[in-house]
Design a protein around this ligand. Structure first.
Ligand SMILES: [Zn+2]
Length: 150
């Protein structure tokens, strides 16, 4: 069994995720974004709502909030990024920031960065727990099968 906890948190990956604090870098991630004109979820609005584009083969419109790590896909042209963010992750620190995400003091930035790092660790731990539970269930099945055949 392997939990692969180190794999997704390499220094390179950590740096890339830290850089997503910056609006222009989040905006630049929306290279192949399908919604660009005459719609609510343009790259500019997505980036302003805290999202960056992280497409996969199965989910080409997958995005992630750099703060709460919430992943969303299945976007419709009329979806409003900030409203969707609020609906799916009401406790996100960005949602509860009572000002524009980019308009913050250094102190606010540092507080938010602590929250972002805590959220990231929680996500990694959650993924590892799910993988462990999955492996434990599989091992239990195999043991029960062995016991039956004794
Ligand atoms: Zn969020």
């Amino acid at each position: 069994m392997s939990l692969n906890m180190g794999e997704k948190t390499s220094e390179d990956q950590k740096y890339k995720e830290f850089m997503m604090n910056t609006y222009s870098i989040r905006l630049a991630s929306f290279v192949d974004w399908p919604f660009t004109e005459d719609c609510s979820c343009t790259p500019a609005k997505m980036a302003a709502a805290g999202f960056y584009h992280c497409p996969t083969d199965q989910e080409p419109d997958a995005v992630k909030c750099f703060m709460c790590q919430k992943e969303l896909d299945g976007w419709e042209p009329n979806d409003d990024p900030m409203s969707e963010h609020k609906r799916h992750s009401p406790n996100c620190a960005l949602i509860n920031l009572k000002k524009d995400i980019e308009d913050k003091t250094m102190e606010e930035f540092l507080k938010l960065e602590c929250i972002r790092q805590k959220n990231k660790l929680m996500k990694v731990a959650e993924t590892a727990m799910k993988e462990f539970e999955h492996q434990a269930a599989k091992t239990r099945e195999q043991l029960e099968l062995l016991a039956k055949n004794l």
